[in-house]
Structures are given as C-alpha cells and as structure tokens.
Design a binder for this molecule. Structure first.
Ligand code: ZN
Length: 246
C-alpha cells in the first residue's frame, strides 16, 4: 500500500490542492498527522475534503483549540485570533468532525501516526536530543509525526540518532529505504505553513511493501493563499510568513 502522508495543512486550500496534484498517481490512501485548521482562511474547504478523503487521522493542537477542546490562552495572538475566527466560520458538521478527531498514536499497517511526539500529542520533536528522549519508549518501528512544520526524519538505534537528509531546494523528491534494524520518526513537513525556510508545500509518500519513504516538496499559489488570509481579516503576519517558509 502506498500512503500519502500529510500534516499541518492549516486551512491552506491552495497548498493542499497543489500537493494533491503533485502526488497524483503515487498513492492509494491518505493519512494526516493533524492540524487541519488554524492560521489559514479555508477551514471548511479543507475539512470537507478531509471528511471525504482522509482514511486515518489524529488531532493536532490547533484542531483541539478550534474545536473548543483546549484553552486558547497558551496560543500566541495570531494563533488565538485565527482559532476564534475558525470557530466562528466552521459549519456545524465540520466542527463536529474536528471535535471527534482521535488523539494519537493511531496504529496502522506496522506504523503509527502522532501529532507531536509518540509520548505526548503536544510535545515538539525538533532535535536529535528530542528524538533520543523518546527512542526507548517506541511501540512501533515507524512513526509519522507533525507539529514542528519542519520536514525531517530521524533514524534511531537507541540511544543513537541520525538525521535523514532533506529535500534540496533544487529538488522535489528524496527517497529513503528503511532498514529493519532501525526505528524511524519521520515528519512529512507542513502542507500549509512550512517553517523550514523552504516555502514549498511539504508531504511524504510511504510505500509499505518496499518500505521506502519519499519526502516531497511542491510549489503552490502562495499569493492566492495570502490574499484569502488578508480578505478574511486574519493577521497579515500569517500571510507574510507563507512566502518565507518561516
Ligand atoms: Zn501545526
């Protein structure tokens, strides 16, 4: 089975559309590591699509915040105002869908999905030290995670950690063959708000038969997404950062 692994779409319809076009024909099933909404201007369009097309998903912290399941106090100002705006514009059926998203880990075909870390859905796995900190507690040999908006993989052999290389700015795909003697934590990157200094939309393809992961990047209509954010009256900073990938 070939899985399209998405994370941190953040109501960015333009980015999601570009990813689906770029990935067309390379996957059989769609999975998501959370944060469908928050920051961007098209939460209903993204959730309508998710309800129809995503076969496995875990909730993210913005999904919880926008569904009213979590206190917005710890969000920064831009995140909080976009969460309030999202809550106000969501259709009833989409709000219900968001409320019912499961907490990770979600165990699938020999691998698991989480939003933050395998141990805590709200924790960030950014560094090799973060990855080493959870590597003794893994219940699956492969986890896909999100939350950091940084496309990055970690290869683990407790207590050692190696980074998997990134997709270069001049490339669109980079494939890694997984080895049975290691565990892996892999972040497909953020579809709708990348923060790794590459503004292109990010995703991954996992082929469970060949045990290969391909990290992918594709350009999308950033001005279109920015115009939607500004027209919605959301903070201009949320539009600006899309062009920076930061
Ligand atoms: Zn996020």
């Amino acid at each position: 089975m070939r899985y399209l692994i998405l994370s941190d779409i953040h109501s960015n319809w333009q980015a999601l559309e570009a990813v689906l076009e770029h990935a067309a024909g390379t996957y059989d099933c769609v999975l998501c590591c959370g944060d469908l909404v928050g920051y961007g201007a098209d939460p209903n369009r993204v959730i309508d699509w998710s309800r129809e097309n995503v076969q496995g998903i875990v909730r993210g912290n913005h999904d919880k915040g926008c569904a009213g399941l979590d206190d917005l106090d710890w969000f920064n100002n831009a995140a909080r105002s976009s969460a309030r705006w999202t809550q106000a514009v969501l259709s009833e059926v989409n709000l219900e869908y968001l409320e019912r998203l499961p907490r990770g880990p979600l165990a699938l075909d020999g691998f698991s999905l989480v939003h933050g870390s395998p141990l805590d859905e709200d924790e960030y796995v950014l560094s090799d030290a973060d990855a080493a900190g959870v590597s003794g507690y893994l219940e699956a040999p492969l986890y896909f995670f999100g939350h950091t908006h940084i496309q990055r993989g970690f290869r683990l052999s407790h207590p050692s950690v190696w980074y998997l290389g990134q997709v270069g700015q001049d490339r669109e795909r980079r494939r890694f063959d997984l080895e049975r003697r290691y565990a892996y934590l892999i972040n497909p990157g953020s579809v709708g708000q990348p923060r790794d200094r590459d503004p292109r939309a990010a995703y991954a393809i996992y082929d469970s038969e060949s045990r290969a992961v391909t990290l992918c990047r594709t350009r999308y209509d950033i001005p279109g997404a920015q115009a939607r954010i500004l027209r919605a009256g959301l903070p201009a900073h949320l539009a600006d950062r899309l062009a920076l990938g930061a």
